[in-house]
Design a protein around this ligand. Sequence first.
Ligand SMILES: Nc1nc2c(ncn2[C@@H]2O[C@H](COP(=O)(O)OP(=O)(O)O)[C@@H](O)[C@H]2O)c(=O)[nH]1
Ligand SMILES: [Mg+2]
Length: 682
Amino acid sequence: MGDKESGPQGPRCIALVGPFQSGKTTLLEAILARTGAIQRQGTVDAGTTVGDASKEARHHKMSVEVTVATTTFMGDSYTFLDCPGSVEFAHDMRATLPAIDAAVVVCEADDRKVAQLQLILRELEDLKIPRFLFLNKIDKADKEVRESLKLLQPASRVPLLLRQIPIFKNEIITGFVDLALERAHVYREHAPSEVIPLDGEALDSQKDARFSMLETLADHDDELMEQLLADIPPPRDRVFDDLAKELRDGLVCPVLMGVATRTNGVLRLLKALRHEAPDIAATAKRLSVKANSEAVAVVLKTFHTAHGGKLSVARVLNGQIGDGVTLSSPTEEAGRVSGVSRLLGQTSEKRGPAAAGEAVGFGKLDHAKTGDTLSSGKQPHPAVAVVKPYPGVLAIAISAKERKDDVKLGLALTKLLEEDPSLTMIHNPETHEMVVWGQGEMHLRVATERLAERFGIAIERRRPTVGYRETIKKPIQQRGRHKKQSGGHGQFGDVVLDIKPLPRNSGFTFEDKITGGVVPRNYIPSVEEGVIDAMKHGPLGFPVVDIAVALVDGSYHAVDSSDMAFRIAGRIGITEALPQCQPVLLEPIHMVEIACPSEASTKINAILSGRRGQILGFDTREGWEGWDMVRAMMPETEIGDLIIEVRSATAGVGSFTFKFDHMAELTGKPAEQIVAARRAAE
Ligand SMILES: Nc1nc2c(ncn2[C@@H]2O[C@H](COP(=O)(O)OP(=O)(O)O)[C@@H](O)[C@H]2O)c(=O)[nH]1
Ligand SMILES: [Mg+2]
C-alpha cells in the first residue's frame, strides 16, 4: 500500500465540501490541473475556474450549485463534486452525499468557521461517509498545525488524525513530512513536490507527531498498541491498513494539508483517496444496493440548461447504463436515457455506457429529480437514500412583469424546483401571489436570476402579503335592506342580522332564527352567501373572522324578491354593521423554534424580544452538544427576514422552523400603519 504503484482500482466519486470560502473550488481546479484534465490552473478571483462557471456563480463570486468534473488519475476515473459551502445552497451538497465514496472536507484553521465545519461533519458522520480533512491555505496559517487541530477538533465527533506536518524555512511553510511514509517533501509551485532527506529538526518533530498518530490508531488495534508499548516499530503496511480501515469505519478523520492555489499537497491527497477511500462495491454495500444485473443510479443533481435541455448527473451504483435504457424511480418512469456524457463543469463530452462507480450526465430523463434513485429492472429499486430538504426560511412573492409570461413562469418554476428541492412554491389563492420559499436572500436572488437568465422571464418580486384578518369586539343588530324599482320588475330583500364577536379561532357561524316565514326558507341560503361575500373585505380591508351572524327578522315581496335581492340585503347588513362594532386587526402568530450554538443564545434572545417575540423556553438541543433550542411565539411579519439576523448572530449556522399557532389582536400604531398601507394599495 502507501505509494506502491498498483494497477487501476476502479472509478471513484468524491465530494469536496467545507465551509464557505475555504478553497473547494480552487482545490478542484488544482486537482484537474494536476491530473491533466485542464492545461492551466484557473483562479476564482479571475473567474477562470472550471467550477463556478455559471453566470450566477461568476457574478456573485461564489459557488451557488454543485460543479461536477471527471478526471483520470493513475488509470482510474475520478468524479469530483465541488459543493457550495454556503448554508443557503447546502441542499446541493446534501443531495450528493449518500452516493459518494468519500468526502474531502476543505477547511481553514479559522475559529469563525468551526461551527459551519461542525454542521458539515455531522452530515457526513450521520451518513457514515468516510471523510478526510484538507487543511487548506497553510501558506497563510498563523498557527502551529497542532494548535489548528485543537481548534478544529470540537467540530468532529471522532479524532482528527494528523497525517502530515509542515516543514518550515524562515517561518514559511516549504513542504511537509508524511507521517505514514516517514518521508519529507518540498513543495514546488504547480508541480509535484520533491522528496528530500528527512533529518535534523524535521526528523525529531516527525517522530513525535508520528507517535501520536499511531497512538490514535492503536485505540482500535490492540496489536499495534502492544508494539507501541514495547517500542517495536510497526510494519508500514500495517500502518497503512489501519489508516484505511479506520477511515472507512468512521473511527478517525485523517487530516492532510496544502495550498490549493499553488497545487501543493494535491498529489498526496489524490494518493490517499486512491488507496484509502472505499470503492464502489463498498459504497453500494453501504447503500444496500443489491448486486444483480439490474442497473441502479442516484441522481446527484438535475440541470435544466438554457439550450441543451435537461441533464441529470447521476452516479451508477450497480450495472451499466447506456443510451436507450429506460429508468424508473420508485414512484414513476423517469424516461429513456438519450446521451451519456462525461462532465467537466459546463462542458460535456459524449461517451459510451457508464459502468458501476462512474458519475456521468444522462440526457432526456424528463421525470428525474435531484435525489432520485433510478433503476432499470421491472421492479423499481427502493430509494437508497432520502435527503429531506430543510424547510424554507425566507420567502418572496414573485410575478412575471408581463402577463404573457405567466404560464412560462409556472413552467420555469417547476423546473427550478426539480433541480433544487430546497426551493418550494406556494400559491396563495387569496392574494393570487406565487410565493417562493428558499434558504436565504442569496438563494432566492439566484433563483430569480435564473428565471431571468435561463428562461428569459422578467420577474417582479415583493414581500409576501401577511395573512392579516379582522374581527369585531362589540355585538350589534343591523337591518340590511335592498329595494330597487326600475321599470316593471323590481328587487326587494330585507333582513335583520344579529352580529356577535366569537372567541379566537372560532371562524364563522350563521344561524337561521326566522319564525313565521317572514323570510321564506328558499332565500335564506342567499342571505348567508351575501354575508360571506361582505366578510371577505371588512372595514379595515381584511377578511373578517370569528363572528356569529344570526338572521332574526326580515320581510319579502311576493313579486320583487329574489335570491339576488336577498344576497344583496345580507351583504348590505354586514357592510353597514361592522364599522360600528369596534373592528380590530388580527395578525398571525407562529410558534418558532430556533436552533443555535449555546454561546449565541443570549443574542438570539435579544433578537426575539426586539421582534415582539414572546419567549417560551430554552432547551438543550437533543443530540447536539453545545447547542440550544429556543422556542418563542412570534408575529408572522417579524419572521419575514428573521433568518438574516439569526445567521449573523450565529456565524451562519443558526436556523429555525415555524408553524402557525394562532391569530392575535394588534392595536395602536402598528395596526394603524397596516390598515393605512392596505387602503393605499387598494
Ligand atoms: N492563500 C490561499 N488562498 C487560497 C487557497 N485556496 C483558496 N484560496 C482563496 O480563497 C478564496 C476562496 O476560494 P474558493 O475556492 O472560491 O473557496 P470555496 O468557497 O471553498 O469554493 C479565493 O480567493 C481563493 O483564491 C490557498 O491555499 N491559499
Ligand atoms: Mg466554491
